[in-house]
Design a protein around this ligand. Structure first.
Ligand SMILES: Nc1ncnc2c1ncn2[C@@H]1O[C@H](COP(=O)(O)OP(=O)(O)OP(=O)(O)O)[C@@H](O)[C@H]1O
Length: 659
């Protein structure tokens, strides 16, 4: 789970920005962090705080069913075994209690001592046998239960990550989605495992209480309500304490996400350089301290409330136990129960009240697990909703079909606008561009003008807010990406440093197909990465993660060469999207990469984003973007002659090269 969090942090680290403020040289952490207050949106909080025991009891059958279904899906045989062994242990409990009753009855009867002892002997032998059997059954059920848990956890984790990789990209721009993902990942998934464990505990406790109640019914039926009365206050206290903790935990999710992220920023190798260059450690410590302070405050508040609850519970519990034994004494004095039966009843009530407390705790645990598990279910539902809302599923193109689309001859961006979720301005407005097979279209423009956004739309990462992206007249946003994405390869601006071997890092470009060595070498050569890889201590098998044995790190430009190789390895001659592919490359590597991209000319479609305009002069068309709008479109010479924005940018760059 921590690994998952770290990954999240890594993915988002470049977007990380706390609006820090300084006052008298010190970070004013309290004003800098938006998530110091507990969040209030959580829908289950009120339910959790106000749920009565009866509401919990009503939800119990559904939760037990859910737990059994989860356990059954993970390991049906073990599920049955764990339940069967617990039920058998319950039967042994009843038998043992009845044997104790017989033993006491014989021992307290009249007659010579030796006769009474020998009369009780068969029951004593039975008692010894069932006690041994109960022990063996307990060991067996514990074994089954312990084996069940990792299997359930594996199943639950698999489901979580299957959804995490399937949700559309937009989900990761949504802070509420992130909160729910965190809640699901932090406790929600684990709660499903706990739900199974506590359900087995619950079955065990029910069987034990039923066993004791059965024995009490034989001893004296009046004792049964006493069994319940003695355990109620402790049960109430346990239920309320757990509920208080749940509500507190749940309202702190966003702050914890921030806390973990700041911790990761301070102890990670990825941020170690920048942190020291800028002496950012004290500021981060300030942020960390502020969040820790808020967390500690919340912990102390919940501990205070829990202690008060437990104290009230203990006091009531003491009164209840005194009352139960008082009634038993009164029955003894009134002659309602003989001494032998009263002695057996004391043993049975002792066992019964601990079983009853276990039962109440199990009910409460199941209810609490149910609340946490609801976080996971909510995430599952939200993720499924996001997946289902993708246009190719919600509004598929008529005609359907499952066969792959052919390599497109003409890709048309038609009047496309796009607004990032939650933003109030468009990143792209009414953009229209045509990309033909065999042509290169370059996107240029100032920072933030919308180039990468357009590229992400072409890659299908986002769906246009309006307008269409057509492949030979077919709107690809309404077609299953599995049918067309194999024709799209990307060299992204944000170089992903995959912590795998050099071979795997490139082969990820076609992750689902077996590694093709000659293709790998070709891609590496075309990206100017072959000599570098062959020079590694372990060649293609060189691990590219310094945090593991024999791992190494690369320079920024070397990482970028690998990223280019990954995109080229994927390339099938369809659409290649290259976003600033040479920003970190030296002059020789840049020239080699542009030669490779130019070689696609005449056969494949290329979209190239570059701030270095020398790299785009050969493009068939150059699209100039400004504030998300297409302001110029044409070949290099035409745009220069027009003397517009492109010509201005070109002249600026040319001037900086003039001696
Ligand atoms: N995930 C996102 N959520 C919200 N806004 C975003 C997101 N990504 C980019 N933007 C915004 O969209 C606009 C266009 O960004 P984009 O990355 O497309 O610019 P660009 O032209 O590629 O810039 P650069 O030359 O700096 O790479 C910018 O205002 C940016 O802040």
């Amino acid at each position: 789970m921590r690994q998952g969090r770290m990954q999240q942090c890594r993915i988002r680290r470049w977007r990380w920005a706390i609006p820090g403020q300084r006052k008298g040289g010190k970070a004013t952490a309290a004003t800098a962090l938006p998530e110091l207050d507990d969040i209030a949106w959580y829908a289950h909080a009120e339910e959790a705080e106000t749920a009565s025991f009866w509401r919990m009891a009503r939800r119990l059958p559904g939760l037990v069913r859910e737990a059994l279904a989860t356990a059954w899906a993970a390991a049906p045989g073990l599920t049955v075994l764990a339940l069967a062994l617990n039920i058998a242990a319950g039967v042994a409990t009843t038998t043992a209690l009845l044997a104790i009753t017989d033993v006491t009855r014989e021992l307290f009867s009249s007659g010579p001592t030796w006769d009474r002892v020998s009369a009780s002997l068969p029951s004593l032998i039975l008692l010894a046998a069932v006690t041994a059997a109960k022990g063996a059954l307990g060991i067996g059920s514990g074994w089954a239960q312990q084996r069940l848990e990792p299997l359930v956890l594996a199943e639950v984790d698999r489901g979580f990550y299957a959804l995490a990789v399937a949700v559309p990209r937009t989900a990761f721009d949504d802070d509420r989605f992130a909160d729910r993902m965190e809640a699901a990942n932090d406790r929600g998934s684990r709660a499903q495992v706990d739900l199974v464990r506590h359900t087995v505990d619950f079955v065990t406790a029910v069987v034990t209480v039923a066993a004791v109640a059965a024995a009490l019914a034989v001893i004296h039926p009046v004792l049964i309500p006493l069994l319940f009365a003695a355990a109620l206050p402790a049960g109430w206290a346990a239920v309320r304490s757990a509920r208080l903790m749940y509500v507190s935990n749940r309202s702190r999710v966003a702050r914890r996400r921030r806390l973990w992220m700041v911790q990761w920023l301070m102890d990670s190798r990825w941020t170690a350089d920048d942190l020291r260059y800028h002496q950012a450690g004290p500021w981060l410590l300030g942020q960390h301290g502020a969040m820790l302070g808020a967390e500690t405050g919340a912990d102390l508040a919940v501990i205070r409330k829990q202690t008060v609850t437990r104290a009230v519970g203990q006091a009531l519990s003491g009164l209840a136990v005194a009352g139960v034994y008082g009634i038993l004494l009164w029955m003894l004095a009134a002659g309602t129960v003989p001494l032998a039966v009263a002695a057996a009843a004391v043993v049975a009530l002792g066992q019964g009240s601990s079983a009853m407390a276990n039962l109440l705790v199990a009910v409460n645990e199941i209810y609490t697990d149910g609340l946490y598990a609801a976080d996971r279910r909510e995430f599952d539902a939200l993720a499924a909703e996001r997946i289902a809302a993708q246009p190719h599923l919600a509004d598929p193109a008529p005609g359907g079909g499952a066969e792959p689309l052919p390599v497109p001859e003409v890709i048309e961006v038609r009047d496309v606008s796009f607004r990032y979720p939650g933003k109030d301005t468009d990143a792209l407005t009414g953009v229209s561009v045509t990309i033909r097979r065999g042509e290169t279209v370059a996107l240029v423009g100032e920072n933030g003008s919308g180039k990468t956004t357009l590229m992400k739309l072409l890659a299908g990462l986002y769906t246009p807010t309006s307008g269409q992206i057509l492949w030979d007249g077919v709107d690809i946003t309404r077609i299953d990406p599995a049918r067309w994405r194999p024709h799209v390869s990307v060299i992204a601006q944000q170089v992903q440093r995959w912590p795998f071997t050099a071979a795997r890092s490139i082969a990820l470009g076609r992750a689902e197909t077996p590694v093709d060595r000659s293709r790998l070498e070709r891609a590496a050569r075309d990206a100017g990465a072959l000599a570098m890889i062959e020079g590694f201590d372990h060649g293609w098998e060189q691990l590219l993660d310094r945090q593991y044995r024999d791992g190494t790190d690369l320079s920024g430009g070397q990482w970028q060469r690998l990223a280019s190789a990954r995109g080229l390895y994927r390339d099938e001659g369809g659409l290649l999207l290259a976003d600033e592919p040479s920003s970190a490359l030296d002059a020789r590597a840049e020239a080699a990469l542009f030669d490779t991209l130019r070689a696609r000319s005449g056969t494949a479609a290329t979209v190239l984003i570059s701030h270095r305009l020398q790299g785009v002069v050969h493009a068939d068309a150059i699209a100039v973007l400004e504030d998300g709008k297409l302001i110029e479109l044409g070949p290099h010479r035409g745009l220069l002659a027009a003397g517009g924005a492109y010509a201005e940018l070109w002249n600026l760059q040319a001037r900086s090269y003039a001696v």
